[in-house]
Design a binder for this molecule. Structure first.
Ligand SMILES: O=C(O)CCC(=O)C(=O)O
Length: 286
């Protein structure tokens, strides 16, 4: 199976009205079966090779810059069964500002407590003055291992908390503190995607199962928000949209991150050519 992307790839279909309503209400969605079994096997092997290079057996790996660390993951960033969720919410002037790949075998010993609950975006949560905080970004978690029951390193979320600016927490992160009352472990099968609003209060959980937890996370935001990891080198074989998403767009046609020159932004062109621009929604307005 060839996984390298063609020069122009279909951008997928817009989010359905039901998905949007659920996303707006809960702050997250589980999309089943985004990857088929062959794709799960292919990306798992790619991540396993990175794990072998970086980590001693039995240790956990949380590696930022997923595609930079594992170029074989590039087709995930605009996968046609997922990508419509991203541009339906954020529009075309987007890139990936934060990503990571994760391999977490069962925890061998309890680690010192750390309160992991957070909203994404760091200082965005202090420095922007509106209430509720603006969405700014969405996160896509591809599950390559089965987290269909709690205890396997599932993502924990507080459903509906994306419009809440504050949750109770300890005086410092190493002081033991219970999970929020309404917290849940999001369950998913290998091949599913968990799509979530960066503002939803969330945390990683420990893997207490014999199944090694494997996932790849991609955070999308507007191109005028700086990426946490710059693209450090040219990656061969990326489509123009993938180059945009990874911040590797050359200065074409006067383009810059403000999007004043939409025709120089590959995702704008692809969405226009596939009839996915939407005059009624400012981020997708032709
Ligand atoms: O690895 C996880 O399950 C959570 C990742 C996370 O919290 C994040 O990327 O902000």
């Amino acid at each position: 199976m060839t996984m390298t992307g063609p020069a122009v790839r279909h951008p997928g279909t817009a989010m359905t009205a039901d998905q949007r309503a659920q996303f707006e209400r809960d702050g997250y969605l589980v999309v089943p079966g985004v990857l088929d079994a062959d794709e799960v096997a292919h990306y798992t092997e790619a991540i396993d090779r990175v794990y072998e290079r970086h980590t001693r057996e039995g240790e956990g790996l949380h590696l930022r810059g997923a595609v930079q660390s594992c170029p074989e993951l590039a087709p995930l960033i605009d996968h046609p069964k997922m990508f419509g969720l991203v541009w339906s919410i954020l529009g075309w002037n987007v890139h990936i500002y934060h990503s990571h790949l994760d391999v977490h075998p069962t925890v061998s010993a309890e680690r010192p407590f750390r309160f992991e609950w957070h909203q994404d975006g760091g200082r965005q949560n202090r420095e922007i003055e509106t209430h509720p905080r603006p969405r700014m970004s969405v996160n896509v978690a591809y599950w390559l291992s089965d987290v269909s029951v709690p205890g396997r390193g599932n993502l924990k979320v507080v459903p509906g908390s994306h419009t809440t600016d504050w949750i109770a927490g300890p005086p410092s992160r190493n002081v033991p503190w219970p999970d929020p009352e309404d917290a849940i472990h999001v369950t998913a099968n290998a091949g599913d995607v968990v799509f979530f609003d960066r503002r939803i209060w969330h945390a990683r959980s420990e893997n207490h199962s014999p199944i090694t937890r494997k996932a790849a996370y991609f955070g999308y935001t507007y191109r005028w928000v700086r990426a946490r990891q710059e693209l450090t080198r040219e990656l061969p074989g990326l489509s123009p949209v993938q180059q945009q998403l990874l911040g590797a767009l050359g200065a074409t046609d006067g383009d810059h991150a403000w999007g004043h020159a939409p025709h120089g932004v590959p995702l704008y062109t692809v969405l226009r050519e596939t009839g996915n621009l939407d005059p009624g929604f400012p981020p997708l307005k032709p």
